[in-house]
Design a protein around this ligand. Structure first.
Ligand SMILES: O=C(O)CCC(=O)C(=O)O
Ligand SMILES: [Fe+2]
Length: 545
């Protein structure tokens, strides 16, 4: 189980709530490429069943068409005979046969549920695990809006398949843009709704113009009216009326609707970049670190070094660890090339079919939350020798005792998958309410986060207070202390996994607990644990360029 650390105003709920308000629906589908490739395979089978359904129905229709021709031919012949036709006992037989046995056969055939088998199979596939449902469709749109908001992606680019400057060739049509706009509107992202409606309007094809444009314009009028500082609501309503007289029926509560007078301010898709960080919510701090707005100054960067580490094990004299400093206090470093491909392959085998949608623990039970859209599994080190080898390396990297380390956690993030800002350490409240598994091992003194994949775009690990964004680099591992020397949780370690724009991210978490480390970790004689996050940010106020 995982817990969001809670302490005072940095509590779990505060960390999660703003996010839940922003992105209300639960969503699983987009959180794993693994699941997506599975259902992509199911879709292939669904198409085959559909083909079979069509083929069965086509052969039934071919058969019926042939019978129809035959019956018509027989009738035409009969008509040529005139009344004489009814005198022949042979014809009496043929007519009777047609109207009884033949027609019964035809009626049975027409009534038969042709293609039932492929239909049943198709329906069974739709029930498969990982098949997206309506809620997950919402989640996929949520994920897209989240990417847009975090990375400040321009709507016209996204609709044209350009993600953060890279073209992918997928185009959205007017209906897609309208669907996204409607969800943005429902969730009160008015600026984004506005941008998606404009995009829908500009992407109308001749064939869907009549069907979609009145709705698009009506919604655009409403959004503009709600964003009262913007221009053009009256113009939009005018176009709507010209397009379709009586079109006010598209506007909810039209009678109460008071179009404001037009003003000339343009609509920004995204809020302006903040200059003062002290006022930002924790989510915004995370967001602005993910998109690179919060970053260290050159002066701060000059304090940081890279080098080879040889101290913790004699073997390191032969093969020193490559370390990159990212923060001195609290310590955050990145080790390069500390896991082998063969080990990653074994980890992949051990996790096959085992990962589940991540939960976070708030006050009560673990819940699937949009603060964390990834999938994970825990594997005890007894399961495989490789896990113990990795732990020995972690001990060399950290100089910490691995006896009290949690099970290996492997997590996968798919497109849009993320984990909003949080601390890895457990709050005192989590201990009091017995939410901490193996509490006798103490709190999470340190984290080692192995990157098992590169990620094409996005997916960094953001440390807003330390102003660091770690881009996932295959074979590397981040290491940081979560606790002050006093044992108190360090709020400056607040971090989060930024959403993936393109790619898939696998990580291995090693959470090391605090007991049995007393001879390992150097103790400070002073306790800086009382320093509050806001004070720290004020201290750091200079930093954005
Ligand atoms: O995947 C990442 O970049 C961070 C993951 C993380 O913070 C966690 O699992 O606690
Ligand atoms: Fe974490």
């Amino acid at each position: 189980m995982l817990f969001l650390a809670a302490q005072g105003k940095l509590g779990a709920l505060l960390a999660v709530l703003p996010f839940l308000v922003w992105y209300g629906a639960s969503a699983e589908f987009y959180s794993s490429i693994h699941a997506m490739s599975r259902v992509f395979g199911y879709e292939q089978q669904m198409l085959q069943h559909m083909q079979k359904f069509i083929a069965d129905n086509e052969s039934k229709l071919d058969f019926l068409r042939a019978r129809l021709d035959e019956f018509e031919r027989e009738r035409n012949e009969a008509q040529q005979w005139g009344v004489a036709y009814f005198k022949s006992p042979l014809n009496k037989y043929l007519l009777s046969k047609r109207l009884t046995r033949d027609w019964q056969h035809i009626a049975n055939l027409m009534a038969a549920a042709t293609g039932k088998k492929p239909l049943v199979r198709l329906q069974r596939l739709r029930q498969q695990e990982h098949m997206p449902n309506a809620q997950e469709l919402e989640g996929a749109i949520d994920g897209l809006l989240r990417l847009q908001s975090i990375y400040r992606l321009q709507t016209s680019h996204v609709a044209a398949g350009i993600l953060d400057g890279v073209p992918y060739g997928t185009q959205l049509n007017a209906q897609h843009c309208l669907d996204i706009a409607q969800q943005a509107l429902r969730d009160e992202h008015l600026q984004l709704a506005h941008a998606w409606l404009l995009e829908a309007n500009s992407r109308l094809s001749n064939s869907d113009q009549a069907r979609l444009q009145p709705l698009i314009l009506a919604q655009l009028g409403q959004v503009k009216a709600r964003l009262t500082h913007i221009a053009g609501v009256n113009g939009t309503l005018q176009s709507l009326k010209e397009l379709e007289p009586g079109s006010e029926r598209y506007i909810n509560n039209y009678k109460d609707f008071q179009p404001p007078s037009d003003e000339l301010n343009p609509v920004e898709e995204h809020p302006p970049l903040p200059e003062n960080l002290t006022e930002l919510s924790e989510f915004d701090l995370y967001r602005y670190t993910c998109n690179g707005h919060i970053k260290p100054t050159p002066a701060e960067l000059r304090q940081l070094r890279c080098g080879y580490m040889t101290e913790t094990h004699p073997f390191l004299l032969l093969a020193p660890l490559k370390v990159e400093e990212l923060s001195h206090d609290p310590l955050l470093v990145l080790y390069h090339d500390v896991i082998y491909q063969s080990e990653i392959d074994t980890l992949a085998k051990l996790t096959k079919n085992k990962i589940h949608r991540a939960t976070v623990t708030g006050n009560n039970a673990s819940v699937v939350s949009n603060a964390r859209t990834s999938q994970f599994t825990f594997i005890p080190k007894t399961r495989h020798k490789v896990l113990r080898t990795i732990d020995q390396r972690v001990a060399d990297m950290t100089d910490l005792n691995m006896v009290f380390a949690e099970d290996h956690q492997l997590a996968n993030y798919g497109i849009g998958g993320h984990y909003a800002q949080h601390m890895d350490w457990f709050s005192p409240n989590a201990f009091e309410t017995k939410q901490v598994a193996n509490s006798e091992m103490g709190n999470r003194i340190a984290t080692v986060l192995f990157y098992l994949t590169d990620v094409e775009q996005g997916g960094g690990t953001a440390f807003p207070v330390l102003k660091q964004l770690l881009k996932p680099k295959k074979y590397a591992a981040a290491f940081w202390y979560n606790l002050h020397a006093s044992g108190a949780g360090d709020v400056r370690t607040m971090h989060g996994a930024c959403p993936i724009i393109v790619g898939s991210k696998w990580v291995l978490n090693r959470w090391i607990r605090e007991f049995v480390q007393s001879d390992r970790r150097p103790c400070y004689l002073w306790d800086d644990s009382q320093v509050r996050l806001n004070q720290l940010l004020e201290l750091n106020e200079s930093q954005i360029e």
